[in-house]
Design a protein around this ligand. Structure first.
Ligand code: GTP
Ligand code: NA
Ligand code: MG
Length: 346
């Protein structure tokens, strides 16, 4: 194996879509957690992040036909959950702007909705590749659940009425994408993955199609983004959320896309008063793999964190930090990585 291949970082994947299409539930199924059930009103109100190691992906894609021919070269996925509620467009923008690839979740019973189109436009503007999870297939008429199978086999095993409804609704969604100026096709009928977005039928309740979705993400990342995913020491980190945590004070949740952070590093961040702060990392905290960063966890303290990772930073003076801005590391008085933040100019 050559060095560059073994030096890929985890791909950052953002989950976007209209409210209640099942974004968080899909992640819950993948993580075997119940984050969605703990949300007020079942509505996501913050950006989340989950580190999914490649071992978990291998396990969950075993049922995918032809997967044995796939070599897994990325170390995992860092999945960003975003809210679908109309009022959180700033968070969708923040999530989508730092990802390598996205999952656009569409409820097969509803088709494209207002924030689906808003999300689509964010992805188009940044030219971010994405796949569509055509979710809630278990709600199709007379659906018969067959977990632990490739979704292509599950669909072809449904009764004729169910298959009809699936085809009709899928065609409708493809037409709606065409109205937005985009070619779309079921992933197993996609004539050209470079110009057609792939639709993967899924159910976050039964888990059907989830293996296919993960397999497609990994293969697309490896084929389309291999260069972009080469690990770089040049720090690239964004503040996702600023929050007070009992016992820790004000902390920031960050996405480290490239480079590394160490305990004791001097970091620089933009603040709401137009200036910036310089502070030292007191602790670098991460949840266990497969746990959501935004949910209060038994965080594990790390001396060093290497990209790509979601990480919580505890430090002094974080109260005025602005979410959505970059974080850089200062060494010997020089801002050596990320875009420099000059005090007073931001
Ligand atoms: P926001 O983050 O608030 O935008 O919503 P979301 O897209 O994260 O959706 P969420 O995971 O909160 O799911 C919304 C509702 O749809 C919940 O009641 C879920 O149980 C339900 N749901 C999600 N996925 C599926 C699915 O595949 N099938 C069925 N039947 N219900 C689902
Ligand atoms: Na919801
Ligand atoms: Mg959600």
């Amino acid at each position: 194996k050559n060095r560059s291949v073994s030096n890929l970082r985890a791909a950052v994947i953002c989950v976007l879509g209209h409210v209640d299409t099942g974004k968080t539930k899909i992640l819950d199924k993948l993580r075997r957690t119940s984050v969605q059930a703990g949300e007020a009103g079942g509505i996501t109100q913050q950006i989340g992040a989950t580190n999914v190691p490649i071992e978990n992906i291998k396990e969950q894609t075993k049922i995918v036909r032809g997967i044995s021919q796939t070599e897994f070269r990325i170390p995992g996925l860092l999945i960003i959950d975003t809210p679908g509620h109309a009022s959180f467009s700033n968070l969708r923008s923040r999530g989508s702007s730092l990802c390598d690839m996205a999952i656009l979740v569409v409820d097969i019973m509803h088709g494209l909705e207002e924030q689906t189109i808003e999300s689509l436009n964010l992805l188009k503007a940044k030219k971010t590749p994405f796949v569509v999870a055509l979710n809630k297939i278990d709600r199709l008429y007379d659906w018969s659940t067959m977990s632990r199978k490739d979704v292509r086999d599950i669909i072809s095993s449904q009764g004729p009425n169910t298959q009809n409804e699936f085809q009709t609704r899928t065609k409708q969604v493809i037409l709606q994408f065409a109205e937005q100026g985009m070619n779309a096709a079921l992933f197993y009928e996609n004539p050209d993955p470079k110009t057609y977005v792939s639709l993967v039928p899924t159910s976050a309740i039964t888990g059907e199609g989830m293996g296919n979705l993960l397999a497609l993400l990994v293969t697309n990342c490896q084929s389309m983004l291999a260069k972009r995913l080469m690990f770089s020491e040049e720090l690239q980190a964004t503040v996702l959320e600023v929050k007070a945590i009992t016992g820790l004070g004000t902390t920031i949740d960050c996405i480290l896309v490239n480079g590394r952070l160490r305990e004791g590093d001097t970091v620089v961040m933009a603040t709401s008063d137009g200036g910036s702060i310089v502070t030292q990392i007191r602790s670098l905290l991460m949840p266990q793999p497969m746990k959501e960063l935004r949910v209060k966890n038994d965080y594990i303290e790390h001396k060093e964190v290497v990209a790509a990772q979601g990480v919580k930073i505890a430090a002094k003076d974080l109260e005025k930090v602005i979410a959505g801005k970059i974080l850089s590391v200062e060494s010997g008085g020089v801002v050596c990585s990320g875009q420099p933040i000059i005090s007073g100019l931001n």
